[in-house]
Structure formats: C-alpha cells, structure tokens
Design a protein around this ligand. Sequence first.
Ligand code: HEC
Ligand code: HEC
Length: 242
Amino acid sequence: MTILKDIVGRSEVSAGADDCPNEADGTMRFGVVLAAAVLIAAPAAAQDGFDEWNAKDIMRTCAPCHGEFGQGGGGGVYPRLAGMNADYLAEQIAKFKSRERENIPMIPFANDRELPARDIRDVTRYLAGITLATRLPETTGPVDGLERLLQAKMLMQIPRADGDIERGKQLYGEQCGVCHGREGQGRVTKPPLAGQHTDYLQTQITNFKKGNRPHPDNDELFMRTTRRDMDDILAYMSVLDD
Ligand code: HEC
Ligand code: HEC
C-alpha cells in the first residue's frame, strides 16, 4: 500500500486520507501522516517549480531502457535510477552531455534540445522519489489484484553474485564504505552500490580501470585491486538488499 502511494502520486494520497479522517486503523493513520507531510511539503515544491506531470512525460523516453519505475534492466546494461540522489543523477546527465562520461546509447537523449535544465530537474527529482521494495509486503486477508500486480512490478531484488561475501565485506569496509556508505546505501552525490545491478557496477569498474570514466582515487582503488577483490565486493553488495 505504501509503495503504491509513492508512485500513485500526492493528490490521491491526500484524498484517501480525507475520506476517512477518523479511521483508527494503523495503515490509515500512516496515510494521514503521509498526507500531512505532503501538505507541508507541497508549497515548497510549488515554489521551486517541480512539475511531476512533466517528469512522467519525460519518463516515457527513459522507460524503454531504464524501466517504467526506473528499475533498470537488460540484465544490468541499463542501470537502476529509482531512489538515487537527484543531484547525482543530474550530474551524470551533465557528464553525458559534456562527454566527460561516455554513454553511446544515451547521446540522442541527453543533449540540450532533448533534455533542457528544467526537464533534468523534474525527471531527476521524480526518480529520486521512487521507492522500490525488495520483497512483497505480507498480506493478511483478501488482496486487491491490481494493487498486488503493481507491487510485484515495483519489486527489485539483486540476485546473489558469485564471490566471497565475508572477504568482500571487509574490503568494502576498508576501501569503499567511507564514501558509498556503510551498507552501500550511497551518500549524497556518491551513488549507492547496494540495490544496483551487479553487471552495471562491473561495467563501471571496467570503465574506471580503462580511464573511460573518472572516479576519485582511481589509482589506489581500481588500478591496484584484483578482479577477485572486486568480485568479492560486488558479491557483498548483492546480498545487502536480501
Ligand atoms: C537507449 C537507451 C537509454 C535511454 C532511452 C536512456 N538511457 Fe540512461 N543510460 C543508458 C545506459 C546504457 C546507461 C549506462 C551507461 C554506462 O554503462 O555507463 C545509462 C545511464 C544513465 C544514468 C547514469 C546512472 C548512474 O548510476 O550513474 C542516468 C542518470 C541516466 N541514464 C538517465 C536517463 C534519463 C533521465 C533518461 C530519459 C530522459 C535516460 N537515461 C534514457 C541507456 C539509456
Ligand atoms: C573518495 C570517495 C570514494 C571512494 C573511497 C570510493 N568511491 Fe566509488 N564513487 C565515488 C564517486 C564520487 C562516484 C561518482 C563518480 C561520478 O561522478 O561519475 C563513485 C562512483 C562509483 C561507481 C559507479 C556507480 C554508478 O551508479 O554509476 C562504482 C561502481 C563505484 N564508485 C565503486 C566503488 C568501489 C567498489 C569502491 C571501493 C573499492 C569505491 N567506489 C570507493 C566516490 C568514492
């Protein structure tokens, strides 16, 4: 239910809460709290001009590759974008435009004509606000079929990658955690590594090694570490969302 609300949008969330303001049920109370938070947040959002409908319109261009909910796909060719920091996403689009970061599939979509600043702001804000669940919510009693279908569509579980998880955990803690967060959850514009497709992360590491994409401390972090080290780190990342 909460996942649904994240995507269904603000107006419907607050409308639902208004319908039964005195409902004592725990789920509904959550709805009311959420609606109140949205009401407080709404004027601020309007002031800086976030346009959710524009974002959804732009998403129709991104969805064939990145998925309807920004979950990525193609076995990790297309990265997950949902739930990532909006500033990080915007920075990467800027880097695609300037060709500082190479991305051949996205060239036609990430230029000033196709994706002006306003669109970048809207779509990145929108993507940052999407929460993907790692498991289906428990159900007691009858479930609405359509709601369950949407919940299933918005599920994202990274399959366990091959490697020594314990060793990966240690290496990650020593070398990566300070920037990417203790649990790989990311830190502001340092992207999350947990919850991201393993093959996509692997491709990026290859890009760092080849010098096709800049990464801080590249010489120490990627030029000297072995393939096995990286596999173990990625194995650890792959189980963090279990
Ligand atoms: C034709 C397929 C395609 C389309 C359409 C597309 N992308 Fe991408 N995008 C990619 C690929 C492939 C990558 C990964 C490139 C790489 O391996 O470095 C990527 C990477 C990204 C990244 C970097 C993610 C990260 O973790 O660093 C962002 C941000 C992004 N895309 C945003 C968008 C947005 C927003 C749209 C819609 C306006 C869009 N993309 C449309 C193929 C596409
Ligand atoms: C000093 C801080 C720092 C450390 C330490 C660090 N990273 Fe990063 N990492 C970054 C930043 C910043 C970016 C985004 C780079 C950009 O803007 O393109 C990044 C990006 C990445 C990406 C690409 C993610 C994506 O969504 O495209 C991967 C993969 C990655 N780092 C892996 C690692 C691993 C593995 C380690 C440990 C061996 C590590 N990083 C250590 C700062 C760091």
